[in-house]
Design a protein around this ligand. Structure first.
Ligand code: FE2
Length: 208
């Protein structure tokens, strides 16, 4: 079975961008449900995937949309938590160079990320990804992960209303701007750009 990864910081660490109430609901209710549903679906089939990444790809290939969406959301949220940190950090090193190459300057990178996130219709995710050292922004709908994008995921923000509505109401743009300025763990993003590949915690051996 797959575990629900704990937040790498306190529930109140990202306030006021994301309040303790939002984080408790988002992690303990929404994310937890995606993980438990994934485990329940695996229990029914007896499948024992070696990793969440393997499961997402297999569910996609099999056309199992319920399993795909739940496993994808489990993966997306765990990656999302890792992309954030208490205390402000800034892009550095080769990542900064890649952002400058792609967008001109860091302010333009933020503006593009926010604009693409705002323009994304409905629920989904806005990503910063990289391929061959070049950075670009992409969005995915609903539970689609970055595992299907042509590039390695560096950073993601949740565009589902449950991520920001309690704190920012319908102001997705305001949320994304504040999130970019104050909630991103750029050290994590830099490590992903340098070649570290974040992975969902391996399944425990007790079930599924
Ligand atoms: Fe979410």
């Amino acid at each position: 079975m797959f575990v629900l990864p704990e937040l790498p910081y306190g529930y109140d660490a990202l306030a006021p961008v994301l309040s303790e109430t939002t984080m408790r609901t988002h992690h303990d209710k929404h994310h937890a449900k995606y993980v438990s549903t994934t485990n329940e679906l695996l229990d029914k089939t007896g499948a024992k995937p070696g990793s969440m990444e393997e499961l997402v790809r297999a569910a996609k290939a099999a056309g199992d949309s319920k399993l795909y969406n739940n496993a994808g959301q489990a993966w997306n949220h765990a990656f999302f938590w890792s992309c954030m940190a208490a205390g402000q950090t800034r892009p550095s090193g080769p990542l900064t160079d890649a952002l400058m190459d792609a967008f001109g300057d860091l302010a333009s990178a933020k503006a593009r990320f926010v604009a693409d996130g705002v323009a994304h219709f409905g629920s989904g995710w806005v990503w910063l990804i990289a391929k061959d050292g070049k950075a670009r922004i992409a969005t995915t709908h609903d539970g689609m992960t970055a595992l299907e994008l042509d590039g390695a995921p560096l950073l993601v923000c949740d565009l589902w209303e449950h991520a920001y509505y309690l704190d920012h109401k319908n102001d997705r743009e305001g949320f994304l701007k504040a999130w970019w300025d104050r909630a991103i763990n750029w050290d994590f993003v830099s490590r992903q750009f340098a070649g570290e590949r974040w992975a969902y915690p391996a399944p425990t051996s007790t079930a599924a």
